[in-house]
Each structure stands twice: as C-alpha cells, then as structure tokens.
Design a protein around this ligand. Structure first.
Ligand SMILES: *Cc1c(COP(=O)(O)O)cnc(C)c1O
Length: 486
C-alpha cells in the first residue's frame, strides 16, 4: 500500500460545510486531516486487488442466513421481518446526515419522531415515561437496575443489594445485576414452568432491591401469578423489573404497567422490527412508572411551548452516547405507525397461534415437557424417542441442510435437550407447514438413518465447528489469522 497516497488520507465530508466544521481543505477542495493527527507508519492492512475484495465480500454475504432469505425460528430473539419501508425511512438523507450536537432548532422533525416514540412506548406498555438512550436489551436491564438502585439510595435504603431472578431467566438478567454491583438470588420454577411463589416468599426481605421477570417467560408461558408476585415484592419494599424481550405476544393485548411492574425495557430490535443478530444494532429503551421519572437518565426529548428540546439534565445516571441508536428508533417508529392502533393488536395473537400450531403438530415426535397453551414460543426437550442417540444439536444441524435457521438450543437450562421455537407473527401457513414437515422428516431420519443426522450438516459451506473452542479462543485479528495459517 502506498503510504504517500494514504498517509495523505482525504475525508469527503461533503456536507460538513453546512454544519459549520472548519477543517483545512486540500487542492481537490476536500477536507484534510491535520498533519499532527495523521499516522506516521503504514497501516497494516491486508493487500489485494479490488476484484478479490468484491468477490470475498459478495461470497460472504451469500453464505449469510437472515430472516430475509429463510425461516428463522430463534426462540427468545423474536426474529421478525423488518418491512422494507423501515429501511427506506432509516436511510433518508435528512435523518442520516443529522449531527448529534446540532442545534435543536435545526432538527425539530427528528426530535418530534423521537418524542413520539417515547410517548408511544409509554402508551403501549402502561409506563409513565421512557428514555430511548440504552443501545440493547442488556443495556436497558443495566440502566433499569441503576434506576432502581438510585431510587433506593434516594430513600437512604442502602441495605438493598439483592436482585431476585427466576431460574428460567435469560443470562443477561443475572449478568446485568452483577455488573450493577448487586447480588443475584435465584428463584425456582414450578413443574408447570412459572415462578414458584412459595419459593419466592422465602427469599423476600429488606435486603432485596428488585425482582426481574420476563413475561411471558422464556418457556413461552404467561406468569399468571404476577399480581400476587408484585404484591409480595412491593410489600417488602422492592421494585418489579420487567424484561421486555418477550413483549411481542402482549402487544396491544395487555401491558406490563398494569401488572405491577415499576421499571422495564423494550428491545426495539425484537418487538419493533430491526434486523439484528451477530450483535447488533439494537436499542433498549427503558420505561418507568409514575413517581420514578426523575431517575431516568438524560438526554431525553421534551416538548414545551410547541418546541422539541433535548433535555440533558440527568439526576442520577447517564448511559449512552447522545440520543442512542437513532436509526433503530426510526425503524420502530415506522413500524408502529405502519401497523396502526388496530393492526398492532394482531401481532400477539398471530405469534401465539403460530407457536401453538407448530407445537401441536409435532408433539407426537418431539418431547413436549410442558403441556398446554403457550404464548409466542415453546420448548421441546429433544426427540421423543431418545433410543437413537440423536441429540438436539444434531437436529439443529440437520435443519441447516434443509435451509432453515436452527431454533435456540440448550436454553433455557431447565431441560437437557431444549429446543426453543419462536415463529413470530410474520410467517405464512405455507412456510410454517414446510418447517413442520422438515422437523418430522428429521425425526424419521433419526430412526432410519441416524448417522445422517448425527453427522449433519452436509450441504453448508463448512460442517460442524468446535463452538466451545471458537467461543473460548476466538481469532479476532487478521495478523493472528495469518500466523495461525503459517
Ligand atoms: C434478547 C433477550 C435479552 C437481551 O437483549 P439484547 O438486546 O440481546 O441485549 C434479555 N432477555 C431476554 C428474555 C431476551 O430474549
């Protein structure tokens, strides 16, 4: 790579003039990086011709599996379709070219969208106010727990150091509590798969700061004891936190705010349709009930005297850069408006219908540990016939051969061979029937040609990877890759 050419790196900040930057310009009229900020040595970039680079990335993109090219029933993740209009709106130059520090007079439209989404989420969830600042569900959990801690501290109630988390909870729940400096206490599930109220009673005392719950929980079951749980938790002075990752089946049907939850997050990238996976992008707005608004982090957008303003007066905490992941916020806004008040009520029932349909069609060949109606997702515990030695991992790998993304497997940890299936409301009956046929076919193969299933996948670019090794010793730098290939 020619250092002289790239050392003189040119940035085309084509619109920067308008925004008032004053970087020096070079002889092409482009803005230049000041000499003292330029690198002295060559960047160690891999070298190859453009054609090779284009082929490399095009081939990679074709090996990728997304909800845009196949069924993606990944339980707990709500991999719903992201309507194209969302993308068009998020890509509009009027939004793309905004600068987070530009005066609010010059971006009233964007602030109005932001404000309206704060209000819409409050209405949909029954909370009083929202911050759109956190950038993921887990980030929202941490923010929510920090809010809860600030609330207790404001009352000089410093002994509340514990967070109660159900044994079916997503791993981010205990992780967020630990990152927040709180102690995690696990509450058991009943054989029916919901929180064991008797076990909970024994855990509640004045050292508890909060109880975290997901509803419907990760087994896809509605926590029907929730009024009693909220009553008990509040009676001991603790607050109720709602993990909103499973809000999808409740959309327009019922609201966490009416169930006694005090603080919650929403995963915009799940319930409100932004393509996610592989770590982002996300947005995890946090809402609080009446009386806790002062603990919300800033900045938030407020509407006063007919003007939208960015309110930067945080009382306690601040969690993310600027206003958060604005493009995800735009998609959520477009999604809510395009569905409208009536259609949004169809999301929950359709997601629930699809999940129950798959469950009922396959429960004769896959083991269903918890009978009865589920909500938006459910869990099989591997194949019913365990004598073949075919595991959930094998079934998941074989699904790839048939062109399906695998469901979530080995989570929740309550069952040894968990397969967690969430179809969402988006899928047609044809797609769902096709998936059911394939899972049935795999169950047959497990009986007749088990080795084919045990050695799957056969049609993918690579076969089984050592995922434990990949997770524990990831190769994340180009240099390391080269050396490892030597
Ligand atoms: C996805 C999920 C989370 C975490 O959300 P992220 O946006 O991935 O950080 C938390 N709880 C449950 C139940 C989830 O499904």
């Amino acid at each position: 790579m020619n250092n002289k050419l790239y050392g003189n790196l040119i940035f085309e900040l084509s619109h920067s003039g308008r925004r008032g930057y004053s970087l020096p310009k070079n002889r092409f009229g482009h803005h230049e990086i000041p000499v003292e900020m330029r690198r002295e040595n060559d960047a160690e970039l891999p070298e190859c011709d453009e054609m090779t680079v284009v082929r490399h990335y095009t081939n990679h993109s074709e090996n990728n599996f997304g909800v845009n090219n196949g069924f993606y029933p990944l339980g707990s993740c709500t991999m719903k379709y992201n309507p194209t209009i969302n993308e068009e709106i998020a890509a509009m130059p009027d939004f793309q070219e905004l600068h987070p520090l530009q005066p609010s007079d010059t971006c009233q439209g964007a602030l109005e969208v932001y404000y309206d989404l704060q209000q819409s989420l409050a209405e949909l969830t029954g909370m009083s106010e929202f911050t759109l600042n956190p950038c993921a569900g887990a980030h929202g959990e941490l923010t929510g727990l920090m809010i809860i801690r600030s609330y207790h501290q404001s009352r000089h109630d410093d002994k509340r150091i514990k967070v109660i988390v159900p044994d079916s909870a997503h791993g981010t729940n205990p992780a967020s509590a630990a990152v927040c400096g709180l102690e995690v206490v696990e509450v058991k599930s009943t054989p029916e798969g919901i929180v064991d109220v008797e076990d909970l009673k024994g855990l509640l005392d004045d050292s508890v700061a909060a109880m975290m719950m997901t509803n419907p929980n990760t087994l896809g079951l509605f926590e029907k004891e929730i009024p009693e749980i909220a009553r008990l938790v509040h009676a001991c002075g603790a607050l109720m936190y709602y993990d909103g990752a499973n809000l999808n089946p409740m959309l327009g049907e019922c609201r966490p705010g009416d169930m006694g939850f005090d603080v919650m997050h929403v995963n915009l990238h799940k319930t409100f349709s932004t393509p996610h996976g592989g770590g982002g992008p996300g947005s995890g707005p946090v809402g609080v009930r009446k009386g806790l608004e002062e603990f919300l982090p800033s900045p938030r957008v407020i509407h006063e005297n007919g003007k939208y303003e960015i309110d930067r007066k945080a009382k306690g905490i601040s969690v993310g850069a600027f206003l958060g992941n604005f493009a995800v916020i735009l998609r959520a806004y477009a999604y809510i408006l395009s569905l409208g008040k009536e259609n949004i009520k169809m999301v929950g029932p359709l997601a629930t219908l699809n999940a129950n349909y798959i469950k009922e069609c396959l429960k004769d060949v896959y083991e269903l540990p918890i009978q009865g109606l589920c909500k938006h997702e459910f869990v099989f515990n591997g194949l019913k016939d365990k004598s073949t030695g075919v595991t959930t991992m094998d079934v998941a790998k074989r699904l790839l051969d048939y062109g399906y993304h695998a469901p979530t497997i080995y989570f929740p940890l309550l069952f040894h061979e968990a397969m967690m299936i969430e179809p969402t409301e988006n899928e047609s009956k044809d797609t769902i029937d096709g998936f059911i046929d394939v899972l049935r076919k795999i169950a047959n193969e497990a009986l007749e040609t088990p080795d084919v299933v045990k050695t799957a996948p056969h049609n993918t670019p690579i076969t089984r990877v050592d995922d434990v090794l990949a997770a524990k010793h990831p190769i994340v730098t180009y240099k390391q890759m080269i050396n490892d290939n030597d």
